[in-house]
Design a protein around this ligand. Structure first.
Ligand code: 5AD
Length: 345
């Protein structure tokens, strides 16, 4: 019966929640069939191109209290840093030299970078001819609008989980409603929007992962970041078990089947739990890799979870390494900007 579901999904037909749930929970050998089907759909709709996005982690200051995250403001063990606007633009220039076409500016929720500071940085980077993705958390509508006006192309804001109670418990002082409202705003402003969730959060029901997937499709998102929860010893969830890599791959594969054109990154958290985890994702539907080019001196301080920087070496070594891995998978680096097909790019 589940193989029937796979055929339905590949043909773009509707499936029931029960059918989707059986695939989220799929174990061998069904999960291999799911992964293979997702890989075929990826090849059919998106071809062999993998888009690279150079990630710059501009600040690890954060005013939030997310229970799972190492950047949470109460984590006194973390040495905090902020990159200056000049450093950020210089790192973007390095990205350009390395051949990247997109930079992603990511940080904790850090009001030190006010609307004007980020706008200035974005303007400078856009002059270089790079696409700009922002991932700076929930910010005021005026700021989001300003950054879009000065040329920011995309915005990543994972919804983390669509279960209202779970969301509330994990994010003290925040609400799922506000999160979803910000995602709606981003869409209205014309950003290419990324959301996404963690798999294997404590107390997370597998039924919720089905709802997460349906939410992503409904928004609809241009991009979806899906990674396992990784227990971090410096957080209140230190002793919780981490998420399962194979289950995360099931969810990535389902995302591909439900959203054939979506950009799906092979997330770093997969690599933190299994050395080959990111590359596995590329074989079950993922089509984006986000190499970290944050300057060395800061990189290990952006510790969302342990073993996050499983790939070491210089930025040019990392790029060559990715090229080799992609060759081995019969994939190639995307030539254009890799804008969303949903917005006709
Ligand atoms: N495990 C996995 N992912 C995490 N993130 C934050 N902390 C963790 C963790 N412990 C993810 C969140 C956030 C993104 C930047 O990193 O989904 O949106």
């Amino acid at each position: 019966m589940e193989t029937q579901t796979l055929k339905q999904l590949a043909a773009g037909e509707e499936c029931s929640r029960e059918q989707l749930l059986a695939l989220v929970e799929a174990e061998s050998p069904l999960q291999q069939a799911l992964w293979a089907q997702a890989d075929r759909v990826r090849a059919r709709f998106l071809g062999q191109e993998v888009h690279l996005r150079a990630l710059i982690e501009i600040s690890n200051y954060c005013c939030c209290h997310c229970l799972y995250c190492g950047l949470r403001s109460a984590n006194g063990r973390l040495q905090r840093y902020r990159m200056s606007p000049e450093e950020i633009v210089d790192t973007a220039k390095e990205a350009l030299q390395l051949g990247y076409k997109t930079v992603v500016l990511q940080s904790g929720e850090d009001p030190w970078y006010d609307g004007d500071k980020i706008a200035g940085i974005v303007s400078e980077i856009k002059k270089l001819g790079l696409a700009v993705t922002l991932s700076l958390g929930e910010r005021r509508p005026e700021e989001l609008a300003l950054w879009r006006r000065v040329g920011a192309d995309r915005y990543l804001l994972r919804h983390e989980t669509i279960d209202r109670e779970l969301y509330q418990g994990l994010h003290p002082g925040r609400s799922l409603e506000a999160r979803l409202e910000t995602l709606e705003q981003l869409r209205r402003l014309g950003y290419q929007v990324g959301a996404g969730m963690m798999v294997g959060l404590p107390q997370q029901r597998t039924e919720t992962l089905v709802e997460d997937l349906l939410f992503l499709r409904r928004l609809p998102v241009d991009m979806a970041g899906i990674g396992p929860f990784v227990a971090n010893g410096s957080t209140p969830l230190a002793d919780a078990p981490s998420g399962r890599v194979d289950r995360t791959l099931n969810v990535v594969a389902l995302a591909r089947l439900l959203m054939p054109y979506a950009h799906l990154p092979a997330t770093t958290a997969l690599g933190a739990l299994e050395s080959q985890g990111r590359w596995a994702a590329l074989q079950v539907g993922a089509n984006v890799v986000m190499p970290n080019i944050t300057p060395r001196e800061y990189r290990d301080k952006y510790e969302l979870y342990p073993n996050k920087n499983s790939i070491q070496g210089s930025n040019s070594d990392a790029r060559e390494n990715i090229e080799k891995v992609l060759q081995g998978l019969n994939r190639r680096i995307g030539q254009g900007y890799g804008h969303s097909r949903l917005v006709g790019g």
